[in-house]
Design a protein around this ligand. Structure first.
Ligand SMILES: C[S@@+](CC[C@H](N)C(=O)[O-])C[C@H]1O[C@@H](n2cnc3c(N)ncnc32)[C@H](O)[C@@H]1O
Length: 243
């Protein structure tokens, strides 16, 4: 029995690896996480990408609490229920269950929690992951932003770790990428402005989705969607300056 977490990229169905497509097509069942309160006909974030590569019959939706806004009790019962779905698939004869996750399965992904739950329920399970392209990489490509070169450092920062720690990261690292900041975007941008780095910063929301929005961070006002990424690239004065 094998559970494989497959990264399906940030939203554009073309940003999926050949290996991911192969794993998704070879699995007995492909689980796609959807928000618990999501309407029947509304596709989940990973689901739309999966549907463009996998035949309908093997796709199964599992309710997940996907936002950090959701309370811990609700999230944990969703992980538990999703783990039970996987265990039931194995009990029903499935050899390989794939779980599709946006971006990369080892970067702030719900797959980590699902894998831990399934390991408790089915100790013999083998767990694998297939890497995916992250929102950070897609936004860098789409906005023509070099993330790092030479000896420059690169930090990936979840805004759930707090604004004070974010200000410290802007001091300590060359390029800083902020995830999970949509709801607090005005405060996040204020911290970037105070660090004197707003001019270079790039904002990207709903990358690869119909409502995609990419623009200079200085032009962003108000709250932003959950799927928002902010790049704060280092300033470079000359080619290969920090080699
Ligand atoms: C729970 S994390 C998932 C990260 C994902 N596993 C990855 O590798 O990119 C969710 C955060 O990823 C970023 N993100 C993921 N997909 C995105 C997209 N299509 N557009 C913009 N940001 C996205 C946002 O910062 C969002 O708050």
């Amino acid at each position: 029995m094998r559970l494989v977490g497959v990264g399906v990229g940030p939203g554009d169905p073309d940003l999926v690896t050949v290996k991911a497509v192969r794993e998704l097509r070879a699995a007995d069942v492909v689980l796609v996480p959807v928000l618990a309160e999501m309407a029947e006909d509304e596709p989940g974030r990973a689901e739309a990408t999966v549907r463009s590569h996998v035949a309908d019959g093997r796709i199964r939706r599992v309710a997940f609490a996907l936002n950090e806004r959701d309370d811990r009790g609700r999230r944990e019962s969703a992980w538990e229920a999703a783990g039970q779905v996987v265990a039931a698939e194995f009990a029903g004869g499935a050899q390989t269950v794939a779980f599709a996750t946006i971006g990369d399965p080892n970067v702030y992904s719900t797959f980590t929690y699902l894998a831990a739950t399934v390991r408790e329920l089915v100790p013999a399970v083998e767990i694998d992951t297939v890497p995916g392209i992250t929102a950070m990489q897609d936004l860098a490509a789409r906005s023509g932003t070099v993330l790092c070169e030479g000896s420059e450092t690169l930090a990936l920062f979840p805004m759930t770790a707090g604004l004070a720690a974010f200000a410290e990261a802007l001091e300590a690292f060359d390029t800083v990428v902020a995830y999970k900041g949509g709801r607090r975007m005005p405060e996040v941008l204020e911290v970037v402005r105070a660090a004197g780095r707003l001019g270079e910063a790039v904002f990207g929301a709903s990358l690869g989705l119909p409502e995609e929005d990419i623009r200079p961070a200085a032009e962003v006002t108000g709250d932003a969607p959950y799927l928002s990424t902010l790049l704060v690239p280092t300033r470079r004065d000359s080619r290969g300056g920090k080699l």
